[in-house]
Design a protein around this ligand. Structure first.
Ligand SMILES: [Zn+2]
Length: 298
């Protein structure tokens, strides 16, 4: 274990080297991986802490096209691979911002942040992979595990024979699962959590401040707590819907962010999250639309 001048910290789990970003990988930073086989090496999710002093690699895998996972991509003049459903957002900073479907002022702000703060350049040359694609590094394989929900093409990676599963933004934080992008899905996120739960590994690496969890038992208990945040949001919504409310009232009340959090993304994310929960609760007949656009718990 050591601190690299560039600002990331190295720790080895079998032959998987975790490059923990600054601030323990909390956003805007993130954790990256370096995996070496006898024939080739690859980096997963080059973060903001790899903008300088990035370790060399023969290829790069991207879990999903969010700025904190691709900020260090400019350090790599090697093939980049991501899920087919991430290639569009990965192609340019403008395409990434467009994928967020923000109101125009917020979009302009996000565009500047992508380019200046996160050094996003776009990789129109990135190649697509799918669930089950195997990268053979020589004596070591990295297998794609499609875990949609956070984004449509969000993926984890299983490194064998080491038994290291990188779960990316199934990140186990107390914030809970994020499914507030246009391409996100609450149901898919839940089934991805179930899929992670079924994979037996020795280590489970997250992309952010929870770092690496050792052992399937510990991972599963943390995963259950993480999934519990979805239930808490649902309960908070049902409580708020004791009286009929509009979506905008729910946005003001907030299900996702705490009251002090400000930013151009907050309202759009709250709105999409509220709609996704309302849609499901309505289908389950636990919420009813009392008048057009007004919802109440049954
Ligand atoms: Zn993300």
């Amino acid at each position: 274990m050591g601190t690299h001048p560039a600002g990331y910290t190295e720790a080895d789990y079998g032959a998987v080297r975790v490059l923990t970003g600054a601030e323990r990988g909390a956003y805007p930073y993130a954790n990256s991986l370096l995996v070496r086989g006898t024939g080739a090496s690859l980096v997963v999710d080059p973060s903001l802490s790899l903008v300088e002093g990035a370790p060399p690699a023969d290829l790069v895998l991207v879990s999903h096209a969010h700025e904190d996972h691709i900020a260090g991509l400019g350090s790599y003049d090697v093939p980049v691979h991501a899920h087919e459903r991430e290639l569009r957002a990965l192609s340019s900073p403008a395409a990434l911002v467009a994928s967020l479907d923000l109101p125009s002022e917020a979009a302009a702000e996000a565009d500047t942040a992508m380019r200046e703060r996160f050094h996003v350049r776009g990789r129109p040359d990135a190649r697509g992979f799918e669930d089950g694609t195997v990268f053979d590094l020589g004596g070591r394989t990295v297998t794609v595990v499609h875990l949609p929900g956070h984004t449509a093409g969000h993926c984890g990676f299983l490194v064998e024979p080491d038994g290291f599963l990188f779960v990316a933004d199934v990140d186990l934080t107390s914030f809970g699962p994020y499914y507030g992008d246009p391409g996100s899905s609450l149901e898919e996120f839940e089934s991805s959590i179930r899929r992670c739960r079924e994979i037996d590994a020795r280590w489970y690496g997250t992309a952010h401040q929870k770092g690496v969890i050792e052992g399937a038992e510990e991972f599963r208990s943390r995963l259950d707590a993480y999934a519990g945040v979805i239930r808490r949001r649902e309960e908070a919504l049902l409580e708020f819907l004791a009286e009929p409310r509009t979506v905008e009232e729910i946005v003001g009340h907030r299900l996702v962010y705490r009251p002090h959090v400000r930013g151009p993304h907050v309202d759009p994310v709250e709105r999409r999250t509220a709609r996704r929960h309302l849609e499901r609760l309505t289908a389950q007949e636990r919420v009813t639309e009392t008048a057009p656009g007004r919802f109440r718990a049954v």
